[in-house]
Every structure is written in structure tokens, then in C-alpha cells.
Write a protein that binds this ligand. Structure first.
Ligand SMILES: *Cc1c(COP(=O)(O)O)cnc(C)c1O
Length: 378
């Protein structure tokens, strides 16, 4: 079955009791048992719920995985994975990972005695050099945020394999529609489903998918005991949102490709970061592991006056953190996603006061282009 058909048919989409064509919102915390020795398969919603179960089978299908787990947010999914590490273990992670992941490592893992090395994610040698006797996990995020640097998933995963290191990949930016880390040798794939998978900027949710039963069992325990479960209401919204993901992504990616070229040729723009552009240093690696270039791009203007003008004169994209909605989202990493880091840390990551990130929605391309043109005029 191909991906657009899967989005509509390859997981529970029909209620087994009534035939309802939408899995109902099983808005319940607990389940009546006919006797104390057995239950329907569901006993308490923190341990499992039919609406959430359908969402978990959905992500498993999309990632071609044996198992899926749903969480209350991308961060809850990420923490469930990071908590596989124990005191004395060593983690290797790209230096440009998502801010929440960076904070979780600093606030929890370090306090719990886990060691961590941040590496240049685009350089395979720096992953290799970071390996120690106690290295237990490689954590990848490609493309990175907000500069869209690329990590060669297959190379990093195969290096990890040689040293018996677990590999985890945050696949939020590319989505399961265009990048399949599990098929490239990664052990666990993570999503913030808040973004493209739900796609409507109205739900916060996360997923983990894996092919390995042992890992699944451990993460199921984390889901139950850490308690960051997805609610039936949000699972239902997500199941509704995901059905149109194929069409949404197609249009969003097309818009991103056209806008990236437009900005790249624009005299007001200093630099564009988008793996679909030929001038991206790792465009070839990206093309090898993905079927498209995604719907997120960043660009650098010449000065901060232009930033003011852009944000005041563009009226279509909403100005917000987050990405992956049906509406285009314009954000200013310097003060928004990365605003809590010191100036020095931001500059070190390439997050400058003239950098803008655009998550392309499904608006008509012409309208987005003319709106951006208005924002870029002197
Ligand atoms: C948004 C995001 C997260 C965190 O997800 P939440 O759903 O906000 O908890 C993690 N990784 C990436 C790449 C993201 O964009």
C-alpha cells in the first residue's frame, strides 16, 4: 500500500462496535470489567485507550514500524526515549538539536549522572570521535532547526551499530511521508505530531515508533509511569488531521520549493537555508535519504530594519513559534524559539538577529509570494 492510501486505511479507522467511519472519542478514564479476572484489553486510560491505540497504530503504519506509542507532546516522547539512559551512560547528540531536548539534557540527564557530548551533526567524524566506552545513545535530528543542516542518517546509524550504540532520530521536520529513519538503521524514531502530522495548529502531541519489541516494552513502561499520555480528545483530533496529510504536505512542500528559489534570487535576502536548493552544502545527502525537501526554510536578511519591515508588512503568515500548520508560520528564532539562550550561545549556533524561519502552509503560492515581496521591499 502506498502512503496516501495508508493515511486513510492502514490502521483502525472504523469503530469495531458500531461501524462508525471515525474512531469515536473514547472519553473515559476507566473501563468496566465483567469480572475481576479479565478485561476488554483496556482497563485504565493511562495504560491504553481505543482512540489513542488507533493513533499509535497509525504512526506505526506511516513509519513502517512494528510498534507505535503516543505521548502528550513531542517533548514527552523525547523524554521517554532519553530516559532509556542510566547513570554513567554517555549520550552523543548534534549541537543544533531542538531547544527542549537541549534543556531536558541539561536539566535532567546531567543531574541524573548521564554524560553528553554535543557534536557537529553534519560531520560523521565528529560522531566517531565522540564515542567512549560508555556511549549508549546517538541522537539525530535532520534537517536541524533553524539552519536546516543535514546529518547522514545511514552513516551515523551504521557507525552506532558497530559500537552497539542505540540510535534515536527526531523526524519531525521531514515527517514519515518523506524520510524513514528506521529503514536507514535507526532504532527509535520520534515525532512532534504537533507539527505536520496533526497539521492544524490545534493539538500538542508526540509519537515514538520502533521495530524492536524489547524497546517498545521499555518505552510502554515509560509512557505508563512517566504519565505523559495522549488524551483521547487530542488523539481523535490527530486522527482527523492526519487523513489529509498527503495533500497538505504536497502543497506545503511545493510552496517551500518555490519560495526558497524566490528568496534565493531576491536582492534583499542575504542567504537562504533549504536542503532543496542546489547551493545547500549537503543537498545530495538530503536527497539520498528523503523523497522531498520539506516545508520549512530559513533565510538571512541584511539588517534588523528589514526584519521590522518584514514582520510588519507581511500579513498572510501567522507570526508564531511552531511549524507544520496548514497556515504559513513566520518566526524569529532570535527572540522566539532561541530567545532564552545567551547571545553568545545563539550566535554560536548561527542564530543571528537577521534570521527568519518560514514554515510553508497550503495557501495559494502567488498570494504567499506577493505577501513576502511586500515584506521585503525597501
Ligand atoms: C516542536 C518540536 C519538538 C517538541 O514538540 P512538542 O510537541 O512541542 O513538545 C521536538 N522536536 C522538533 C524538531 C520540534 O520541531
Amino acid at each position: 500500500m502506498k502512503i496516501n492510501t495508508k493515511l486513510l486505511h492502514d490502521y483502525p479507522v472504523i469503530d469495531s462496535f458500531t461501524g462508525a467511519s471515525s474512531i469515536p472519542k473514547y472519553q473515559t478514564s476507566t473501563f468496566h470489567q465483567k469480572n475481576v479476572f479479565s478485561h476488554t484489553g483496556f482497563s485504565y486510560t493511562r495504560f491504553g485507550n481505543p482512540t489513542v491505540d488507533a493513533a499509535e497504530k497509525c504512526i506505526a503504519s506511516l513509519e513502517n514500524a512494528n510498534f507505535g506509542l503516543a505521548f502528550s507532546s513531542g517533548m514527552a516522547a523525547i523524554n521517554a526515549a532519553l530516559f532509556l539512559l542510566s547513570k554513567g551512560d554517555h549520550l552523543v547528540v548534534g549541537k543544533n538539536i531542538y531547544g527542549g531536548t537541549f534543556q531536558s539534557i541539561h536539566q535532567f540527564l546531567f543531574r541524573f549522572g548521564v554524560e553528553c557530548t554535543f557534536v557537529d551533526e553534519a560531520d560523521i567524524h565528529s560522531w566517531k570521535e565522540a564515542i567512549r566506552d560508555n556511549t549508549k545513545m546517538f541522537y539525530i535530528e535532520t534537517p536541524s532547526n533553524p539552519l536546516l543542516t543535514i546529518t547522514d542518517i545511514q552513516k551515523v546509524a551504521s557507525l552506532a551499530d558497530t559500537y552497539n550504540i542505540l540510535t534515536v532520530a527526531d523526524n519531525t521536520f521531514m515527517t514519515p511521508l518523506s524520510q524513514h529513519p528506521l529503514m536507514l538503521g535507526v532504532d527509535l524514531v520520534i515525532h512532534s505530531a504537533t507539527k505536520f502530522i496533526n497539521g492544524h495548529s490545534d493539538v500538542v502531541a508526540g509519537f515514538v515508533a520502533t521495530n524492536q519489541e524489547k524497546l517498545y516494552q521499555r518505552l510502554k513502561e515509560h509512557q505508563k509511569t512517566l504519565g505523559g499520555i495522549l488524551s483521547p480528545e487530542d488523539a481523535w483530533l490527530l486522527l482527523r488531521g492526519v487523513k489529509t496529510m498527503g495533500l497538505r504536505m504536497k502543497k506545503s512542500v511545493k510552496n517551500a520549493e518555490i519560495i526558497a528559489e524566490f528568496l534565493n534570487d531576491h536582492s534583499a535576502v542575504k542567504k537562504v537555508y533549504y536542503p532543496g536548493l542546489k547551493n545547500h552544502p549537503d543537498a545530495e545527502i538530503h536527497a539520498k535519504q528523503c523523497s522531498d525537501s520539506g516545508a520549512v526554510l530559513s533565510f538571512e536578511l541584511q539588517n534588523t530594519k528589514q526584519i521590522d519591515a518584514l514582520f510588519s508588512n507581511c500579513s498572510l503568515p501567522i507570526v508564531a513559534v511552531s511549524l507544520g500548520g496548514v497556515e504559513s508560520i513566520l518566526s524569529y528564532p532570535w527572540l522566539m524559539s532561541h530567545g532564552s539562550l545567551s547571545e553568545e550561545e545563539r550566535l554560536k549556533m548561527g542564530v543571528t538577529p537577521t534570521l527568519v524561519r518560514l514554515s510553508c502552509g497550503i495557501e495559494d503560492t502567488e498570494d504567499l509570494l506577493s505577501d513576502l515581496e511586500k515584506g521585503l521591499q525597501k
